[in-house]
Design a protein around this ligand. Structure first.
Ligand SMILES: [Fe+2]
Length: 196
């Protein structure tokens, strides 16, 4: 299977189209991170593939962390206190995840990308839409988390196919962090849950 699959969800607005387009455009585009001509000693082609997957997820997490902090700094209104605290908690969790994702790439003998130009080229997230109100900020954030969740799921599938349970477990643990905050931020907007 392709390591980076195209996003098949139907997008109804420009922003989502941009996300999906970005995802398609950057399929396998990690040339600036991982030289294609050779493998490090002791690393396999599968290690390279998984490192590419991890590099994309690392980029997503780093940019998402910045977006979360932007909300932490700039949110206003009656939900300020809740959002200010929740965003700080979330980006603190992301800091730990980001470090472990990068170190996982290093364990596979590839260099971890660490600059915004590369992150922008690898990530499915974009900064093309500004939110003004707290509600818009949370709406954008939940959509971004949703995209990141889908990338984690693709990554877990890739790791399982590569018979790499360590990476699959790591990604599964971090996926749960995003799912938790997706629920928490979505609940701020008013839920649509029903009784079992
Ligand atoms: Fe702060």
């Amino acid at each position: 299977m392709a390591i980076y699959q195209t996003n098949e969800r139907t997008n109804t607005n420009t922003r989502n189209k941009n996300h999906a387009q970005k995802r398609v455009e950057h399929v396998g585009d990690t040339r600036s991170v991982i030289p294609p001509q050779s493998l490090p000693e002791g690393a396999s082609e599968l290690d390279k593939q998984i490192s590419r997957v991890l590099a994309g997820i690392l980029a997503d997490n780093y940019l998402l962390r910045l977006k979360v902090q932007e909300i932490h700094w700039n949110v206003e209104g009656p939900l300020f206190d809740s959002i200010h605290k929740m965003t700080e908690e979330y980006y603190t969790v992301l800091d730990g995840d980001i470090d472990e994702l990068a170190e996982r790439i290093r364990m596979k003998k590839f260099f971890a990308p660490a600059n915004f130009k590369t992150y922008d080229s690898l990530s499915i997230l974009s900064f093309d839409e500004e939110a003004q109100t707290a509600k818009e900020m949370i709406e954008h954030l939940t959509r971004d988390i949703d995209f990141v969740v889908s990338r984690f799921k693709d990554g877990i599938e890739a790791a399982e196919e590569a018979k790499d349970p360590g990476t699959a477990d790591l990604l599964t643990a971090f996926l749960q962090h995003h799912e938790k905050y997706l629920w928490m931020f979505s609940s701020l907007l008013g839920g649509s849950s029903v009784k079992l």
